[in-house]
Design a protein around this ligand. Structure first.
Ligand SMILES: [Fe+2]
Ligand SMILES: [Fe+2]
Length: 382
């Protein structure tokens, strides 16, 4: 049975090397996997999920009613929309999978993760409705439009999207605490606890991979892990470079992305034992080359005269160059590291490092907040 599994937001961006898409996986295979090897750890995680630490967290305070969006009408909406699609697709996946799972422990955990992603998605959707620009579900493909991915790789990619989500939210939150003048919307005040949900989700998928060591033991599997990890880093980088919202947050988007990538890598290589050298100039140069290719292609698309015809072959040459950069990163030497010992399997990954490095020099603060405030709180689902 095929189950929809979101890995990344769905946005049609043909100029990217890897356009994000939705995936589906196989519930029969999922049901055939035994987690008995790590049953105690899964039970510990289940108790953590069922404690539901954020039960009361996602309730808007009155200040959200006193926001005007015009100053960042498109930039902020793009950020909300992109986040919302990721959260909503996670909600769909986890809620759907839990209905079909036979293992009681896994079912309880998936149910809790579906609950969390539903809250996150509702919270973002509320803001878009408040703007008068509600989230358009029609942009999500139906099951037929999704690509199949084996559970082995769904665990890898979902783990990555959760841990990247944790570091993305947490770094923004830490930056806002250091520079409250850039905290232009109340939603950022919720990121601190919000991202703890993402960290719990990532712990679950890390444990899921550890419970199936036969999936990830061979060198071919390690190469597959490297391939998907690079895909996540590259997609994030190429999407963020087009987003103007980071300027409004007072964040240097590239420093932010490289920080998130390094921190994700630090956590992830403890799972599978392959460390990609993300801090090298070589790694950064490959990503920047892809960025420059995409920028040049975007420029080429603007031509309306004869140059639009000559732009087409050049565009394909740049696509080929992007594939070459990807291949270069695949062939870049990696390090074999010792995976984390079992005693640390249920521990959380490290908090992000110093956020003061993220500040964009010369950024001018913009705020959407205005006064006076309403008095009653508003439920997130209103
Ligand atoms: Fe989430
Ligand atoms: Fe999540």
């Amino acid at each position: 049975m095929a189950i929809a599994a979101p890995v990344a937001p769905v946005v049609k961006e043909k100029q990217q090397l890897l356009a994000p898409r939705l995936y589906k996986t196989d519930i029969d295979i999922l049901n055939s996997l035994s987690i008995d090897r790590c049953r105690d750890e899964f039970e510990e995680l289940r108790r953590d999920f069922e404690a539901d630490y954020n039960r009361a967290h996602f309730k808007w305070g009155p200040e959200v009613q006193n926001v005007e969006y015009q100053a960042l009408w498109d930039e902020f909406y793009e950020f909300l929309n992109r986040s919302s699609i990721g959260e909503f697709s996670g909600c769909l996946l986890y809620s759907d999978v839990q209905k079909h799972l036979k293992d009681e422990t896994l079912r309880a955990i998936y149910r809790a993760m579906g609950r969390d992603e539903g809250r996150h998605s509702s919270f973002l959707n509320w803001v878009m409705r408040h703007m008068g620009r509600p989230f358009d579900l029609a942009k999500l493909p139906d099951v037929k439009g999704m690509s199949y991915m084996h559970p082995k790789w769904i665990f890898v990619t979902t783990y990555l999207s959760e841990i990247v989500g944790f570091y993305r939210y947490q770094n923004i939150s830490d930056h806002m605490k250091l520079h409250p003048e850039f905290n232009f919307h109340p939603i950022f005040d919720y990121f601190d606890n919000w991202c703890k949900d993402e960290r719990r989700h990532s712990r679950f998928f890390a444990l899921m991979m550890r419970s199936q060591p036969h999936y990830y033991s061979g060198w071919l599997s390690k190469l597959g892990v490297k391939f998907f990890t690079l895909a996540v880093y590259i997609t994030m980088y190429l999407r963020d470079e087009k987003s103007a919202v980071y300027n409004a947050m007072g964040i240097d988007w590239e420093k932010y992305d490289f920080k998130v990538i390094d921190e994700t890598e630090e956590a992830a290589h403890g799972i599978w034992g392959v460390a990609i050298r993300t801090k090298t100039d070589y790694f950064k140069a490959c990503l920047r080359k892809m960025r420059d290719n995409n920028r040049a292609n975007a420029k080429g698309r603007l031509h309306t005269d004869w140059r639009k015809y000559t732009a087409i072959p050049v565009r394909y040459a740049r696509f080929a160059s992007n594939i070459l950069q990807y291949a270069k990163l695949m062939f870049q030497k990696h390090d074999w590291v010792e995976p984390l010992p079992r005693s640390e399997w249920t521990k959380t990954c490290c908090d992000p490092g110093d956020a003061s490095v993220l500040k964009l020099e010369g950024a001018i603060p913009v705020t959407l907040r205005r006064s006076p405030m309403r008095s009653e709180p508003i439920p997130a689902t209103a």
